[in-house]
Design a protein around this ligand. Sequence first.
Ligand SMILES: [Zn+2]
Length: 316
Amino acid sequence: MTDGGPPAGQSADQPFIRQRDPSPGRDLSYPPLPEPLTVPVYDNHTHLEIADGHEGETLTYREHLDRASSVGVRGVVQVGGDVETSRWSAEQALREPRMLAAVALHPNEAPVYDLAGGLDDALAVIAELATRPRVAAIGETGLDFFRTSGDEALAAQYRSFEAHIEMAKENNLAMQIHDRDAHAEVIATLRRVGAPERTVFHCFSGDAELAGICAENGWYMSFAGTVTFKNAGKLRDALAVAPRNLLLVETDAPFLTPTPNRGRPNAPYLIPHTLRAMAEHLGTDVSMLAAQISSNTELVYGSWNAEPVVLPEWAD
Ligand SMILES: [Zn+2]
């Protein structure tokens, strides 16, 4: 994989740089706007570089952020997964007050770079991006035993994860962990290498036991649309025991669209569905939970200097 940067003649201000595969049979229409939140939250993990939706109806990152603002989602952490998307994330965050960036090689990309002999060079680019303004996190990094297998590929994944942990610590940045079918090994790695001060399990996928381990270590748990799924009882058990001061919320858009729009394109403006499902399960007020999560999010990533949210008239 090479590091192209924006092709010659194109401005770096690209409204998106990837297109999601329109798998056959998927409903490609964007869901309607949910009822706005009265207390705003942040989406701490999204991929606005990936366009989704019907041809000709894709939203630019600014359109996504405008929709998000209109329902009380103040800002996002835009997450890269390879050199190109990490660079894009860092560049757009500079132009956009509602966006902070996270930069990394995704655990399934690390073996691809390694196979092409370019893992060290790619890690060096990420290390440079990590020093840029408005890059607030290293991520997503971690371990993925679901899509990566084989000794060499896994060795590259571990090497990349450990290098990212060091980058987060060196730059005093938060770190977003991608952990797929690798809970025990992620925890063992964090204990062996030493976790960054602000460590986030993005798209938390563990049970109450893992939530307990995160709680003991002060690691943040970021819940995605998966927590709204019917069959996600274990995830909701984890949510119930997670300390409120370690909770975050995210979309992982354009993937993992929350109920009731499962399967359609996801976007930061759909986070109210996930937040409301979380509040309902916890038996707490949505605004109280939103206030807690917003304050947690700012502790982890710092300030966005986001534009003020346009509140609905009835909220004055
Ligand atoms: Zn992601």
